[in-house]
Design a protein around this ligand. Structure first.
Ligand SMILES: Cc1cc2nc3c(=O)[nH]c(=O)nc-3n(C[C@H](O)[C@H](O)[C@H](O)COP(=O)(O)O)c2cc1C
Length: 442
């Protein structure tokens, strides 16, 4: 189906397309670029939560020819001209103000924007994001309408099914009325797992009820090669097909010319990971999925690798890595492979964003806290060292709160939504303690 360069250069269209589904950790630039090389028409990024994006800084990385969105010590989103007319950024949101701000920020760097309305993870749902939006159609509609009013590029949403087919159809029609270009439908309910059969009939019913393209998703169990993509599309009566799990282990499914060997795909992916300088943990995660069975001696050697030089040696890429690594100036290597960093570097950065869920906090942290709360420990620390008391603030994501704390000239944020302001404050304080007091860097 790859419509070649002509359609890739123009405005994104969603009919007759083979699409890489959003996948956390996997859907980064090297994998997206690999899928495009193999024949995918559109590539979705992994989901990025709106407030994380809003904390990030945009920079043009001249050494890599990429645009980077980063927060201190973390690369949030990196994109390259090779995907400029094919990349869709997926965001997690429950707040139309924040979603609009992200859309404004990123408009010139992407081909389209997608709102995640299907993620069943507790973390998303608690924050009113992902599949929670299926239960709050007014919020979902508001998000899409507000973005639509300002954002010039194509806009989509990705949903799961309701238990009742008519509810799924009604929801899809409501979203269509906001002016979105297409709707991706994963044929399972929020409660269903991949082992449950994908409901192609429900996707078909939605495709028949709306006028915009429907992108069928959820068919990985039956998609093993290029021809299966079309079979799944026809089964669902949809305009396009979106695939996650089966291309995670075999992206050459997108190749009209046929499947490639694992060795070839690993080489292609590893080369791109090095070229685009993504964090080692992402590169290893990707290789691991392409690798398949790691129980062999070779697999175990690979699993034991702890950094790029290690991993590159296993796959015979040491020369390539050495050459590329040296040619990327230090200042453009935004990749941070270790959580800990030097105090000097900490001082240069004024925002620290991490995902800390205060409830439940880890056993290790509980032990370190003893009977105190993170806030009381920080207060004591400030008193002892004559530091100005910490100042707390919040971002509201629907009915929940994300906390931030300003102390010693730096802002510490936890992106995990909490039901109460109190817990959100404690979570942000844990982030601060981890950076200010070494004994909490757990
Ligand atoms: C590793 C992994 C990460 C995922 N991350 C996301 C995500 O960030 N956003 C999203 O909407 N769905 C995400 N999904 C769900 C997929 O996009 C897709 O809806 C689901 O896997 C069903 O499609 P499939 O049968 O082709 O795998 C993820 C799935 C997997 C396996």
């Amino acid at each position: 189906m790859a419509d070649t360069d002509a359609s890739r250069r123009g405005r994104l269209e969603y009919s007759g397309k083979h699409i890489l589904a959003p996948m956390v950790r996997m859907g980064t630039l090297p994998f997206r670029s690999l899928c495009l090389d193999y024949g995918a028409d559109i590539v979705y990024s992994e989901e990025i939560v709106d407030i994380k994006f809003l904390q990030s800084k945009r920079t043009v990385n001249t050494a890599l020819n990429t645009v980077d969105y980063t927060i201190p010590k973390e690369l949030i989103f990196r994109t390259h001209p090779c995907e400029h007319s094919s990349v869709v950024l997926q965001i997690g949101t429950s707040n139309s103000d924040q979603a609009v701000q992200v859309a404004r920020m990123v408009e010139n760097d992407i081909a389209g924007l997608d709102i995640n309305m299907g993620c069943p993870k507790d973390y998303s749902v608690r924050g009113g994001m992902g599949a929670a939006l299926l239960k709050t159609p007014d919020v979902a509609e508001d998000i899409l309408r507000r973005i639509r009013a300002e954002f010039k590029k194509p806009l989509t949403c990705k949903i799961r099914l309701f238990h009742n087919m008519q509810d799924s159809v009604n929801f899809a029609k409501r979203m269509e009325a906001t002016g979105i270009e297409a709707i991706a439908v994963h044929g399972r309910t929020k409660e269903e797992r991949p082992s449950h059969k994908n409901n192609s009939a429900a996707i078909r019913a939605i495709a028949q009820a709306v006028s915009i393209p429907v992108i069928a998703n959820g068919g990985s169990s039956d998609i093993r090669c290029y021809n299966d993509l079309e079979k799944f599309r026809l089964e669902c009566g949809a305009s396009s097909v979106m695939v996650a799990r089966s291309v995670q282990t075999n992206p050459s499914i997108f190749r009209r010319e046929g499947l490639l060997s694992r060795e070839q795909m690993i080489s292609d992916f590893l080369r791109k990971s090095i070229d685009f300088d993504i964090p080692f943990r992402n590169a290893k995660y990707g290789v691991q999925h392409l690798f398949g069975d790691t129980s062999t001696e070779f697999g175990q050697t690979f699993l034991a690798t702890r950094d790029y030089p290690d991993m590159c040696e296993v796959f015979g890429f040491e020369d390539y890595y050495a050459q590329k690594h040296v040619s990327t100036p230090e200042k453009d290597r935004l990749v941070v492979e270790k959580k800990s960093c030097s105090l000097k570097r900490d001082r240069e950065e004024d925002i620290v964003v991490e995902e800390v869920d205060y409830n439940p906090i880890s056993k290790k942290l509980k032990k370190a806290l003893n009977t105190f709360t993170p806030k009381s420990i920080l207060l004591e620390h400030c008193k002892k060292h004559s530091i100005a008391p910490a100042q707390y603030s919040f971002t509201s994501t629907g009915k929940t709160f994300c906390g931030s704390v300003l102390v010693m000239g730096k802002t510490f944020i936890s992106t995990v939504p909490h039901r109460t302001k109190k817990d959100a404050e404690q979570a942000a304080t844990v982030v601060a303690l981890r950076h200010i007091m070494p004994e909490f860097s757990l």
